[in-house]
Design a protein around this ligand. Structure first.
Ligand SMILES: Cc1ncc(COP(=O)(O)O)c(C=O)c1O
Length: 442
């Protein structure tokens, strides 16, 4: 693709999680977005099978959100939330709390998923310290977990590439549970695998090694997306909840991709009927119009930390200049109203069967090793080419893009997470485009 702008200098923007040299040799650029489609700079329509990066759940270019943001910017561009406030921050918190499981209704705003994760980890430490258990400093993450890119997040995360360059400076006192993917036993499972709940018992082994009195929290994604769509085995999350509760360890669900309807329920916690102590979120909170994330804490955590502070003193030494930025808060209020009014989570639940069927029809296509799915999420794992991990995934991604469908790939795993407004015809277009691409790659 040409950039259509001969003078556009691609050298200055150091791109995130991108093969910069490869990309800049053959850039792919979008210039507009509406509904389910992006428009490329050379005027091609590309169907968005990834909701941007799992974040544009209400579809692109929602006028109500744009209007709310522009009116807010015209009225008040910015207001601090350190020792000051503005009504929209409180309104947005109340609306977010409304979507959370009962009891998790104390909302701390951030600007991204990574910041939400670091905030949650700090809340866990602050909570234990406030209860006189300041020796609980250890965190337990999980292999293949993705919790953003802060030092806290990569430490509890379980992705080699994100850790190895920084390995000498990761957060200390972190251990990891094994991941739950078992292709040998569960390939092509529709929904949750029936085996693997016992992997949660590994937490007992870790507790026996370190002692519960040293462990602050366990953090997992209830359904992991970025690392290749890992669906929790039936009973696994329930077991994690039981063990953490038994030992006074907090349970943090990182719902950066699952909160706001991805599984057809407001949160994965509600979908699985397992309530953690803290939920991190970001992506779909305001349809990705303005950067924003949030952390929902239980009242017990909030009240313990806040009530432990000295009178008239700050209780939690944490926050961001842009916490509850007025434009982001306006976008959140407008977005959360759309989710409710348009019943988008119910729509996601209704479409999930069609989506599952369409994804699983790729069983038997060339290179396909596994298909996994839940709600409006699907992952298709391909056999890797000998000595070239990720090459096939990239080629399929590129062919789909050229054929007018944006998919996501991580190594040789393709991931699908369309906006919740997707329709059956578009679901068909997504997976038939992938089928053709799979036929075309070596
Ligand atoms: C589960 C999870 N946590 C955290 C993050 C990090 O979010 P951000 O990129 O907004 O920092 C992501 C992003 O994909 C994620 O999927």
């Amino acid at each position: 693709m040409s950039t259509n702008q001969p003078n556009l200098d691609l050298s200055k923007f150091w791109m995130p999680f991108t093969a910069n040299r490869q990309f800049k040799a053959a850039p792919r650029l979008f210039k507009a977005a509406k509904g389910m489609f992006y428009t490329t700079v050379d005027d091609r329509q590309v169907l968005d099978a990834t909701a941007g990066l799992w974040c544009v759940n209400a579809g692109h270019g929602r006028e109500e959100i744009t209007k709310a943001v522009s009116e807010q910017l015209a009225t008040m561009d910015y207001a601090p939330t350190f020792q000051m406030g503005h009504p929209l921050a409180f309104e947005a918190a109340a609306k977010v709390a409304d979507f959370m499981p009962a009891g998790l209704d104390r909302i701390f705003f951030t600007n991204s998923g990574s910041e939400s994760v670091d905030t949650a980890l700090k809340m866990a430490l602050a909570y234990h310290r406030a209860r006189g258990e300041g020796q609980r400093t250890r965190f337990i993450g999980r292999e293949r977990g993705y919790h953003g890119v802060g030092f806290g997040g990569i430490s509890v995360g379980g992705i080699l590439a994100n850790r190895k360059t920084f390995s000498g400076n990761l957060m200390p006192h972190v251990d990891h549970l094994p991941h739950t993917l078992n292709i040998a036993e569960s390939a092509f499972t529709r929904g949750q695998p029936t085996t693997g709940a016992n992997l949660a018992d590994e937490l007992e082994r870790i507790v026996a090694l370190h002692d519960a009195s040293t462990i602050a929290a366990v953090i997992v994604e209830p359904l992991a997306g970025s690392t290749g769509v890992l669906v929790p085995p039936k009973g696994y999350l329930e077991r994690l909840r039981e063990i953490t509760s038994k030992h006074g360890i907090l349970l943090i669900f990182d719902e950066v991709i699952t909160a706001f309807g991805r599984l057809g329920a407001p949160t994965a916690s509600e979908y699985f009927h397992v309530t953690p102590d803290i939920i991190t979120m970001a992506k779909a909170i305001n349809n990705a119009t303005i950067p924003m994330g949030a952390v929902a804490a239980s009242r017990a955590i909030h009240d313990t930390v806040v009530n432990a502070g000295a009178e008239n003193a700050i209780e939690f030494f944490h926050g961001y200049t842009y916490t509850a930025h007025p434009a982001a808060a306006a976008a959140a209020v407008a977005t959360l109203d759309i989710y409710k009014r348009d019943k988008l989570f119910e729509r996601a639940a209704e479409l999930s069967g069609t989506f599952e069927d369409a994804a699983h029809e790729l069983k038997g296509s060339p290179h396909v090793k596994d298909v996994r799915n839940l709600g409006l999420v699907a992952g298709i794992e391909l056999e890797s080419r000998a000595g070239a991990m990720g090459a096939r995934g990239y080629e399929v991604f590129l062919k789909c893009f050229e054929a007018g469908v944006l998919v996501r790939y991580t190594g040789d795993i393709l991931a699908f997470s369309p906006p919740l407004i997707v329709d059956e015809k578009q679901i068909d277009q997504i997976f038939s485009t992938v089928r053709d691409a799979l036929r075309d790659v070596a």
